[in-house]
Structures are given as structure tokens and as C-alpha cells.
Ligand binder design. Structure first.
Ligand SMILES: NC(=O)c1ccc[n+]([C@@H]2O[C@H](COP(=O)([O-])OP(=O)(O)OC[C@H]3O[C@@H](n4cnc5c(N)ncnc54)[C@H](OP(=O)(O)O)[C@@H]3O)[C@@H](O)[C@H]2O)c1
Length: 334
């Protein structure tokens, strides 16, 4: 019987363990993928120890979206072949279409564009905001407020909005991080930055000024972290939206949503929540990367990459927890 190594979580009371387990055999409608590299979200250790009470069905091999190579396909495979480089998506929903594997053009991405696997592991990070931005149908030439733009998903949202041909108003509290964003895109893409304050009216005034359209911004995408539970950011940005503007809520704030009621009603605003993305978003994002419209790695501000093997999972989790925000990236390479 062939085997493989996996990190297994049996219960939240015991630490995860690196174990040797039987290798699955691909049945009809399935493929076995050898994982080459996967990015680690900064709060993964909190998911494992239960600090973030995500529903898990145990025992499980915790994982994330990965870049892999097809090892074996089931007898009915028509598109996937062993040896093929694939993007292996972690999002599983009840569905009828059988596959969450997406072929990648290795010649283009690896040989011509020279992306290392760690850069390809940025695709899932970019895909999260792309799901929300697509949901509210961001169009060429529109203006999108992104906050917090200095975080991991906010930083990815900035790169994706620009790749979609829209202007970014990037908001955050950290002036140094905002300056880095502004410097990176200074001569190439339309981006303006706003330093957030605790004053809602001041933030709104700053947004309106930066949007440069007296009607307001077209879209606001919110990536408030759990610490930003007071809803001030959401209110500041909603007031800066134009009539029929759209707001997509994607963060992890633990508070309630409290927005100015009449502002939403009179301006006919659309408030939309969005968890992750759908299959068609993944296909579109891969096309954006393969066409060069959306760049990965240093071109979008990722300057620090730390890579770990499976046997160093604890160091990897610690590094992921330490290297939050935009600019760094932790990758697990089994
Ligand atoms: N919708 C989805 O499918 C989906 C998927 C993945 C993640 N998420 C959620 O997205 C959220 C953001 O994740 P992330 O990885 O981007 O977080 P992150 O890298 O930690 O960034 C969060 C940013 O928020 C800012 N911030 C921190 N405390 C704040 C406060 N008290 N008030 C206002 N701003 C504050 C910080 O920027 P400054 O210090 O510069 O202001 C920080 O860079 C998480 O809560 C996560 O659960 C949602």
C-alpha cells in the first residue's frame, strides 16, 4: 500500500501531528494531487486551536488552496492528466460540477513569466477580493475605495482592482504602509491613499476628496479585521458612495453592521456580503494572471517570502501569524 505524509488534527485539545497515512486512490470523478506548495493564512494556528471557532469536521488534514501536480486521475477523466500543474481550490460547496481543479499553463506561468510556485500561491489571496469585486460588478474606469488596504486581503484587493481597470482609493491607518503602496504604483496605475482616523466625518471628507467625483465613489470593498468591531469604517465609506453605489462586505469584524439608514435608502445603495468566490471567478482570475493583466509577487508588493517543509509546520504557523498584512507571504512546500 502506498502512503504519503500529512499533518492531521484529531481534536482541538491535542496538537496536530505529522503522520504517514495511506495514499488515496482516484475513483470516478476524482484526482489525486501531489501538493507542491500552499500558502498559510496568518490566523491558521487560531483555527487549529479553536480560538477562531470555525466549524471543522475532525479528524482532518488542515490545508489551504495549493499549487500541485496531478498524480493520478479517476477512470472517467477527460481533461486532467497525470503530471499536469494545477491550482487546487480549497473552497468546497454543495454542487453538481465535479471538479475543483483548474489546469495552469505551466509553459506560460513558470517558463515564460518565471513565477516561482510561491508567487502562484498568491492567486488564492487575490481570488478572495476578486470574488467580491466581481459580485458587485466593478467596471473599467470606476473608482473603488479599499479598506483596510494595508492588510493581506486589502492589499490583494488593491492589485485586483487595478488589474480590472478601475481606480483605487486605498485606506488604512499605517502611513508608512500606505506610502509604500503609493510609491509602488506611482507611475503605472491610478491609486490614491487615505490615512484613516477615528473621526467618521473626517474619513468621509477625505474619501470624497480622493475620489475626485462630486457624486462619490462607485464601490467600497470592506476587509475590516476582527479588531475593527465598531463599524466606523463602514459608515465613513458608505457616506462617500455615489447614488446607486455598491458596498461589498468581506472582512471578519465581530461587531454588528450599523449603517446610516437614510443614506442607504435615499442613495439606493447596494450592500452585499461575500464569502470567498465561485468557480467562474477562479477561471477568470487564472486568465487574468496568464494574460499578464494581474501580476504576482514583487510586482504587486510581495517582498518577503518564507518557505517551510511539512516537518516545520509549527515554525510555519508562527511565521504566518507574525507576517500579517500586505508585503509578506508564508508558503508550505511538502
Ligand atoms: N470574505 C471572505 O471570504 C474572507 C476570506 C478571507 C479572509 N476574510 C477576512 O478578512 C479579514 C482581513 O484579513 P487580513 O488577512 O487581510 O487581515 P490583516 O492582514 O491582519 O489586515 C487587517 C488590517 O486591518 C487594519 N486594522 C487592524 N486593526 C484595526 C482596527 N482596530 N481598526 C481598523 N483597522 C484595523 C490593519 O491595517 P492598518 O494598521 O494599516 O490600519 C491591518 O493591516 C479577516 O478578518 C478575515 O477573516 C474574509
Amino acid at each position: 500500500m502506498s502512503t504519503h505524509k500529512a499533518i492531521l488534527l484529531h481534536s482541538r485539545e491535542e496538537p496536530h501531528k505529522l503522520e504517514t497515512v495511506p495514499r488515496p486512490v482516484a475513483q470516478t470523478g476524482e484526482a489525486v494531487v501531489r501538493i507542491l506548495a500552499a500558502d498559510i493564512v496568518p490566523y491558521m494556528s487560531q483555527v487549529l486551536d479553536g480560538t477562531r471557532p470555525y466549524p471543522l469536521s475532525l479528524p482532518m488534514a488542515p490545508s489551504n488552496t495549493a499549487i500541485g501536480r496531478i498524480h493520478e486521475v479517476g477512470p472517467d477523466a477527460v481533461e486532467l492528466t497525470p503530471g499536469q500543474l494545477v491550482y487546487c481550490d480549497i473552497t468546497i460547496r454543495a454542487r453538481d460540477n465535479p471538479s475543483n481543479l483548474f489546469p495552469l499553463n505551466e509553459q506560460l506561468l513558470v517558463s515564460e513569466m518565471e513565477y516561482p510556485l510561491s508567487d502562484l500561491c498568491l492567486m488564492p489571496v487575490c481570488l478572495v477580493p476578486f470574488g467580491g469585486l466581481s459580485e458587485v460588478d466593478v467596471k473599467l474606469g470606476e473608482t473603488v475605495i479599499v479598506a483596510s488596504a494595508t492588510g493581506r486581503y486589502g492589499g490583494a484587493a488593491v492589485a485586483v482592482v487595478l488589474a480590472m481597470g478601475a481606480t483605487v482609493v486605498a485606506a488604512g491607518r499605517n502611513q508608512h504602509a500606505l506610502d509604500s503602496l503609493a510609491a509602488m504604483y506611482a507611475s503605472t496605475r491610478p491609486l490614491r491613499t487615505i490615512r484613516l482616523t477615528e473621526d467618521v466625518s473626517q474619513n468621509t471628507a477625505n474619501f470624497k476628496k480622493a475620489v475626485r467625483n462630486p457624486q462619490g465613489a462607485d464601490v467600497y470593498i470592506d476587509f475590516s479585521p476582527p479588531e475593527a468591531a465598531n463599524g466606523l469604517l463602514l459608515t465613513s465609506a458608505i457616506v462617500a458612495l455615489r447614488p446607486f453605489g455598491r458596498c461589498v462586505i468581506m472582512g471578519g469584524s465581530l461587531g454588528n453592521i450599523d449603517v446610516p439608514y437614510l443614506e442607504v435608502m435615499f442613495k439606493s445603495l447596494r450592500l452585499q456580503g461575500r464569502f470567498m468566490y465561485d468557480r467562474q471567478h477562479t477561471l477568470r482570475l487564472i486568465s487574468m494572471v496568464e494574460s499578464g493583466l494581474l501580476r504576482l509577487g514583487a510586482a504587486i508588493g510581495i517582498n518577503q517570502v518564507e518557505e517551510f517543509g511539512l516537518e516545520s509546520i509549527d515554525e510555519a504557523l508562527q511565521a504566518a501569524g507574525r507576517l500579517t498584512g500586505w508585503g509578506s507571504h508564508v508558503v508550505l512546500k511538502p
